[in-house]
Design a protein around this ligand. Structure first.
Ligand SMILES: Nc1nc2c(c(=O)[nH]1)N[C@H]1C(S)=C(S)[C@@H](COP(=O)(O)OP(=O)(O)OC[C@H]3O[C@@H](n4cnc5c(=O)[nH]c(N)nc54)[C@H](O)[C@@H]3O)O[C@H]1N2
Ligand SMILES: Nc1nc2c(c(=O)[nH]1)N[C@H]1C(S)=C(S)[C@@H](COP(=O)(O)OP(=O)(O)OC[C@H]3O[C@@H](n4cnc5c(=O)[nH]c(N)nc54)[C@H](O)[C@@H]3O)O[C@H]1N2
Ligand code: SF4
Ligand SMILES: [Mo]
Length: 695
């Protein structure tokens, strides 16, 4: 009997990017554990990935290529050989490319965060074809844009400093569900005497365990940050020296925030004046005492019309009070900007045909793009979709339009997947992909500072192949002869990071594979002495770049598209705001088909405040219909004041096929985009709720 332990990495779209130890006995992965030596993993995994073998050896794994025999969406397939699958795809893509390669579009996101099985061989093939580019905005681009204008690259406080902070503001995040290893350190900070505050319209699992929970209306965070700035400036709770040395535009900021009185802010946010003032004082007075304060901004604040501005406004706070002076102070949205990636080598944009015009399609309004007939402005109608690492039919907004797009008879769709997801049901050709235990990969992270290597632990299941291998076969069938199209997964992984940089030169790919991980060499307190990567090198309260891009150069409040205050006419019809943040036991739509995890979540629920429920004669356990002009879906009501009055919460993202009505929360979300970054507005919508007619 042979037994070994393999170093691997959790591939999921989660800031924690855990280091895994996989026990393999006679070629079978028997256990997946957190690496006890990895400083942020600390030997602990979330419940989802602790059951990784259940997902890997799931009886529903796709094990061989298939072609569709039923109607699109019906999910009927027959087995075919790899030769037939690749030949069919190559000939269809060639035929479309001969007319106009821009009619071909990839659709991919972070099903795996690995750089090899993400955008490497796939990008090379699509670039060489001259396909349309996909703007990968579905998650973080609004906040990323707001952060960039204000502070530069996405670098923030090192998560390993969290326990040393004295005040922690969890702003639009639910770390117990979505950033567990940060939460562990928050608990340590709490034991050390820190005050923990959550800002969230929903009393989430995390919010209910904080010292204070400020339940703002969705989409109003930028107003709250303006109100905090108003109080900090009015009460002179400022670090004048830090402001003078390392910021730009303080005088303009001062003028701008003058009108943002606690009274005005409280009315917009639906909170008390004392909450606005108290928050600002906790923040400013702590700083004055020399105590580190940390703002863990998360993505909950940026899935609304003014999401980019919300992140920008929050990013102004640490500089005002000099919080960046402390290693445990400042703010963290994402640590991804610290990694020195070699994207050009991975993706080879130079392969794109020189003489050809390009086109970029935003993934966040894919429904409209798929339904577009083509025009001079839009370019050609989309005729082929190659989907990998994503489940757009479940996760993209305004889902009925997305599903109609995928159902188009004249669209050729290839899906690379582990399972027959809602999206796979629409594939013409469905290809089996390997999971993280079956392939090699290399990872950066967005919640910590470690480069990570994933070694293959077991052989591919059935006839599954890695994404990179599938695109290699496709390149061959398309007749692409550049040497880069035959590079192995390992050779691609070796190029992912630039090891000539001061942050990375202490290691290399061979070492990473053996040791599993290595930390970027960066200062503990990234911005203690300024050094922001903005055009001025300062924290930009005033941003010329924003003005150049047609935006307000100063912090502002951009109301939601759909809210009782900003659109009273719509609210007369649909009076309830709705959000659909992640459920703890799912990872976006991944794991919904793992029975033990689905059983823990139960079925699709809607949390509704007792006042809103009573008004609609809804009782706990009733089946309710949630609807607006875009669509409707069913859920079981949970009557609870966890949801603030006037707002309902449907934890997500369910596979449609596991819901009684084959629908999910994205039936009612909209394709409108954020103020910057072209992001989706998943938490910016109004609905009405009624008792469902059929039980
Ligand atoms: N278990 C689990 N973990 C995950 C995921 C998952 O699906 N499941 N998804 C992963 C991914 S892709 C991402 S991007 C992250 C997302 O995780 P987070 O960054 O934590 O963001 P969200 O889950 O979108 O929202 C977190 C909280 O924001 C609140 N919120 C909603 N609207 C607003 C608002 O307008 N203002 C404020 N202040 N709060 C608001 C929600 O009620 C929720 O409690 O998590 C990752 N981790
Ligand atoms: N209503 C609502 N909708 C949302 C959100 C929300 O909060 N509310 N959150 C949004 C956010 S933040 C995000 S990031 C998106 C996430 O949306 P997606 O990125 O589409 O994430 P998943 O739903 O997890 O789907 C990933 C798929 O990739 C597959 N996969 C994993 N690894 C591999 C691999 O190696 N090869 C191949 N071929 N496939 C693989 C998995 O099996 C899974 O089906 O959803 C967004 N949608
Ligand atoms: S999903 Fe997040 S917390 Fe869970 S194992 Fe993966 S990286 Fe760690
Ligand atoms: Mo995300």
């Amino acid at each position: 009997m042979s037994s070994s332990v393999v170093r691997a990495v959790c591939p999921h779209d989660c800031p924690d990017t855990c280091a895994l130890l996989v026990t393999v006995q006679d070629g079978v992965a028997t256990e997946v554990k957190g690496d006890p030596d990895h400083p942020t993993t600390g030997g602990v995994l979330c419940t989802k990935v602790a059951r990784y073998t259940e997902r890997t050896y799931h009886p529903d794994r796709l094990l061989y290529p298939q072609k569709r025999v039923g109607n699109k969406g019906e999910g009927k397939f027959v087995r075919i050989s790899w030769d037939e699958a690749i030949a069919t795809i190559a000939s269809r893509l060639k035929e479309i490319a001969a007319r106009n390669p821009l009619a071909i579009l990839p659709y991919s996101y972070a099903g795996t965060m690995g750089m090899v099985q993400g955008e490497s061989m796939s990008a090379r093939v699509l670039n060489k074809l001259g396909a349309s580019f996909l703007d990968r905005t579905i998650c973080a681009s609004a906040g990323g844009a707001g952060y960039k204008y204000t502070l530069g690259d996405r670098i923030g406080t090192d998560v390993e400093q969290t326990q040393n902070a004295r005040l922690i503001i969890i702003w639009g995040g639910n770390p117990i569900a979505s950033n567990l290893h940060f939460w562990t350190r928050v608990q340590e900070a709490k034991r050390n005497g820190a005050k923990i505050i959550a800002i969230d319209p929903y009393r989430s699992l995390s919010a209910e365990k904080c010292h204070q929970h400020i339940a703002v209306r969705p989409g109003t965070d930028s107003a709250l940050a303006l109100g905090m700035m108003h109080v900090l400036i009015k009460e002179d709770l400022l670090d004048h020296d830090y402001i003078a040395q390392y910021t730009l535009g303080f005088d303009q900021l001062k003028q701008r925030v003058a009108e943002w009185t606690p009274e005005k802010v409280a009315a917009i946010c639906g909170i008390t004046i004392a909450e606005v003032e108290g928050l600002a004082r906790d923040y400013g007075e702590g700083a004055r005492r020399g105590e580190p304060s940390l703002i863990r901004m998360n993505y909950g604040v940026q899935r609304v019309h003014g999401g980019g501005m919300a992140v920008r406004n929050i990013c102004c706070l640490p500089a005002l009070v000099g919080a960046w002076r402390h290693a445990a102070g400042g703010a963290l949205l994402s640590s991804s900007g610290g990694f020195v990636k070699n994207s050009k080598a991975l993706e080879r944009p130079d392969l794109f045909p020189e003489a050809q015009a390009s086109r970029t399609i935003n993934m966040s309004d894919i429904g409209n793009s798929l339904m577009h007939p083509g025009s001079a402005e839009f370019g050609p109608k989309i005729e082929a979709l190659v989907v990998y690492n994503s489940n757009p039919v479940a996760i993209a907004p305004d889902s009925s339009v997305v599903a109609r797009g995928f159902a188009r008879e004249d669209l050729f769709t290839v899906v690379l997947e582990h399972f027959q997801t809602d999206t796979a049901d629409y594939a013409d050709i469905l290809l089996p992909a390997t999971t993280q235990l079956e392939h090699v990969d290399v990872h950066s992270a967005y919640g910590h500072r470690y480069m990570m290597a994933n070694n293959a632990a077991i052989a591919p299941m059935g006839e599954a192949k890695s994404n990179a291998e599938i695109f290699r076969l496709l390149a061959q069938a398309l007749g692409f002869t550049d040497p880069c199209f035959t590079e192995s997964d390992d050779a691609i992984a070796a190029q992912a990071f630039n090891y000539q940089h001061a942050r990375t030169e202490h290691t290399n790919w061979e070492q990473l594979k053996q040791q599993g991980w290595s930390k970027l060499k960066m200062p503990d307190a990234a911005f203690a002495h300024g050094g922001f990567t903005t055009p001025s090198g300062k924290c930009e309260f005033y941003s010329q770049q924003m003005l150049d891009d047609g935006l307000d150069p100063l912090p502002a409040y951009i109301p939601p598209y759909e809210s009782v205050v900003s659109n009273p006419e719509l609210a007369a019809k649909y009076p309830l705001a709705m959000i659909s943040p992640p459920a703890r036991n799912f990872l976006n739509s991944t794991f919904v088909n793992v029975k033990s995890l689905r059983d823990t979540e139960g079925e699709p629920h809607l949390d509704i405040h007792p006042e809103d429920a009573t008004r609609r004669e809804i009782k706990a356990g009733d089946r309710v219909r949630i609807f607006n002009d875009r669509g409707s879906f069913l859920a079981k009501a949970r009557v609870t004041d966890k949801a603030r009055a006037g707002m309902v919460v449907g934890l997500s993202i369910w596979w449609k096929k596991f819901a009684s009505d084959h629908k999910n929360a994205n039936e009612v979300t909209s394709q409108k985009l954020t103020d910057m970054g072209g992001g989706p507005t998943f938490y910016d919508l109004l609905v009405e709720v009624e008792k469902a007619k059929i039980a």
